[in-house]
Design a protein around this ligand. Sequence first.
Ligand code: C5P
Length: 231
Amino acid sequence: MIPAEKIIVALDYGEEEKAFTILDALKGQALWVKVGMELFYSTGPKIIHEAKNRGFKVFLDLKLHDIPNTVGQALKALSGLPIDMVNVHAAGGSEMMKRAAEAVRLSDTRPLLIAVTQLTSTTTQQMNEEQRISGDIVTSVAHYAKLAKESGLDGVVASPHEVQAIKLICGSKFITVTPGIRPLNGQAHDQKRITTPSEALLLGTDYMVIGRPITQASNPQEALATILKGL
Ligand code: C5P
């Protein structure tokens, strides 16, 4: 069985009506929801309040990546929102992450601050050839996780395959948030480094981000129930 409070449902919609429909369908479960760029840019803060009013914890996934001052000020501007988790890109560097941590510490709700390491849609070949980072993905993810921890962040986003390496370097309390989760026989879509919910749990993930397998299912409640059973 997978505890509902470990599941973060990715609300990857551009229209608020669709997001409200899924929020209403899943209401009553101790879940998190993830509001990403697409939804936040189209609805603004309203969606955060709507999700909180329905009892969900909210992860605002804006993946901030800019100069330290801009990221710090952006997080300051978000500090009045009732969010429980927010994130930046570790590739923005330690100074940027420190400024982000400082801004979050001063905010009213003190959300968890996490860093994206390597996107789960990135392959080793892409990382080597396009980002010009040599070696394998796990080494790069572990390096970014260490940098994030040293910069005062609470955890990282990574693939479940990298959780053990992260925990080894950063300790068991350092949070791992893992997308790239697919039920057995589920479609991979554009995700490259995937596991099933049960595998992710065994690998020690703290939170699993699951989008399309729930939000694009013909019956989202049924899809969630199957996932909670660990299938
Ligand atoms: O639909 P799916 O389950 O693939 O959704 C995964 C979600 O996790 C998407 O919202 C995507 O933006 C996000 N994400 C990811 N990989 C990362 C960070 C975030 O897939 N490294």
